[in-house]
Design a protein around this ligand. Sequence first.
Ligand code: ADP
Length: 167
Amino acid sequence: MGKAIYPGSFDPVTLGHIDVITRASKIFDEIIVGVLINSSKSPLFSIDERVNMLKEVCGGLKNVRVISFDGFSVDFAKEQNANVIIRGLRAITDFEYELQMAQTNRVLNPQIDTLFLTTSIDYSYLSSSIVKEVASLGGDISRFVPASITKKVYDRYKTNGKDIKDE
Ligand code: ADP
């Protein structure tokens, strides 16, 4: 079913993001994960770090590519020859903002549609911000992010995580 982009900050990538990427990769021939360079939030990880983490965890998915981008998602989609933008919907709280974004993007480029994948129930509470908050307090983030990412997040906060700290 063609090509789609999945734009986001991914600061850092969570199991919720991976769930969306994995499911989208079964629907589309190719998924381009677009990592936003100029996020208004000041990120914990640099753009290169975020791209590399995503490449590492998406390595097993052969039709997924990871690229950084700046500016409008619709422009990035057009540049990549994709006509679909994928976004994840967790709860009703996501809906208002996402609807507004999708409608704005449609005005900016009517050729490009936004497709929402609803989160798996296991990850409906999960966000990059929650990961950062728990890690900053030394809590266990092993159920939130892939194993290879856990240490990188703890290192950034110089915390060791609950399991290690409790020993
Ligand atoms: P942004 O800053 O653009 O919201 P994020 O990295 O926070 O970037 O999220 C990227 C996309 O992934 C968004 O569409 C968001 O709704 C979705 N997403 C984030 N966490 C989850 C999750 N746990 N389950 C499903 N989708 C999610």
